[in-house]
Design a protein around this ligand. Sequence first.
Ligand code: AHR
Length: 619
Amino acid sequence: LFVNSSEASAKKIPESLFGIFFEEINHAGAGGLWAELVSNRGFEAGGPNTPSNIDPWSIIGDESSLVVSTERSSSFARNKIALRMEVLCDNEGTRICPAGGVGIFNPGFWGMNVEQGKTYKLVLYVRSEGSIDLSVSLTGSNGLQTLATAKIKASDVSNWTKMEVLLHAQGTDAKSRLQFTTTRKGVVWFDQVSLMPTDTYKGHGFRNDLFEMLKDLRPGFIRFPGGCFVEGEWLRNAFRWKETVGPWEERPGHFGDVWHYWTDDGIGHFEFLQLAEDLGAAPVWVFNNGVSHNDQVDTSSVLPFVQEILDGIEFARGDPQSKWGSLRAAMGHPEPFVLRYVAVGNEDCGKKNYIGNYLKFYNAIKNAYPDIKIISNCDGSSQPLNHPADMYDYHIYTSANSMFSSAQKFDKVSRNGPKAFVSEYAVTGNDAGQGSLLAALAEAGFVIGLEKNCDAVEMASYAPLFVNTNDKTWSPDAIVFDSSQMYGTPSYWMQHFFKESNGATLLNSTLQSNSSSNLIASAIIWKDSEDSKEYLRIKVVNFGNNSVTLKIFIDGLELDSVPPSGLTKTELTSSNLMDENSFQAPKKVMPVTSSMEDAGGKMDIVLSPHSFTRFDLLM
Ligand code: AHR
């Protein structure tokens, strides 16, 4: 490998070349990153136009002792459904309740993770014809073992009353449930029942362990809130930002009809912007442009949609005195968020009204916010776009061989037009399984190709990011989790090799080898923020099944001839190409780092078969 460190041939890598793409898919947010433990907290699932659906709430007791139904009697205008619980038994009367009382429980998203010593904040709205005397508890999944308990008593709750209770866990169970029981006859209405751990990231509502997995990637940007999720099968079910802001209890929630689940929209427009800020990543807001999978708004009628997006930008970055900026300020963030990128739709380019609608959005946004970069859905890699854009979106899901050979995809594209935003890439199908080493190696080759073309590619992200193992709608994904555990797939770890690339300097490097069709390499210079020293990093994928001895020449000088200072080698490989990580073996395929010191002062620069290797040396 010949590396040329001269400035003349070097390229500055964009500050936000590598980032992440968050989509509400596979319960990534609801039942995932968003730490709310109650599923269907407002009893609204099903939506306003179908019979309401209280699932997964269930009753404790039987129909002879209580009757549960839903009513449109909530005090919240945008989510009218409340739960009515009529208790027929009474321990102070003749009809004694079953032992433990009767009531309702919520199992969360396939079990609530309750941990001994931690505190959980319960907020709910209740109403009753008389006084109430409820026991609230966190129990094991069968309702038997009690982990935390408290009483909710009040003599007059004839009007809707907000209650807050702190539950201190005395035990641990990753599959617990929240239950309300009573032994008192009467009618109680429940609405907007929320249970959150008190130790979310900075109190912002993000589950700590999953947040840290994202933070560890040092993403330069975050694209949100999705791809197809933004479009919807039908426009009526698309993500509409105004329905996701303001007090959580007033949000209507919506049914994501592409990925088939209800979300209370606890993680809404504000929370996504907050997430970006907490990650130190530039927010990239993908919005619906009046086009869903099955219906479209005519360009002549799209102006209300355009206004909705202008309002959403004002919400993000408007003055705290402005109409929508004041709502953001009321939600606790008076300073504007730094929103500089928006994407008009997702995968909609070929659709009848796309270009017409796109131009309406483009002109209105550029007019009001000239600094915002606008991303088109149309692929500008093979021919110039026929409309103005700052970037074009490019998605690639393919086999391992095809992904590896796509490393050259951007070698020849024009450097003059809009830059590519490779916002979704992943190996899928048999080569990927649920997240194989093979997939990660092919992706690594592709991403090295993007890095080498960083004058044509502005941003790139793997997709999808998260999967709750109980809702594997789309596989593979980067991070797999359930209520209490998580692990990164090899594709997650592959991304770690690029986390110092944002803002680094790309050096010109060329490989000379007989087996070079199985190899791809890049070289960068990056500065470590901890020791402020500059490092040269060489990354090489060996996609072949033979080991390769690599000779590295820097400006014509062989690396081995002078003992390189502080050389470390980090390798992602495994004994079997189809190896995957799992909850049982979360670290089976992980990067392993060794240093020259470990190797007694001289390190073999050998690339294992089927491996992704990086070498870091102090400059
Ligand atoms: O990443 C999963 C889906 O793939 C996205 O929602 C969509 O943009 C693409 O088709």
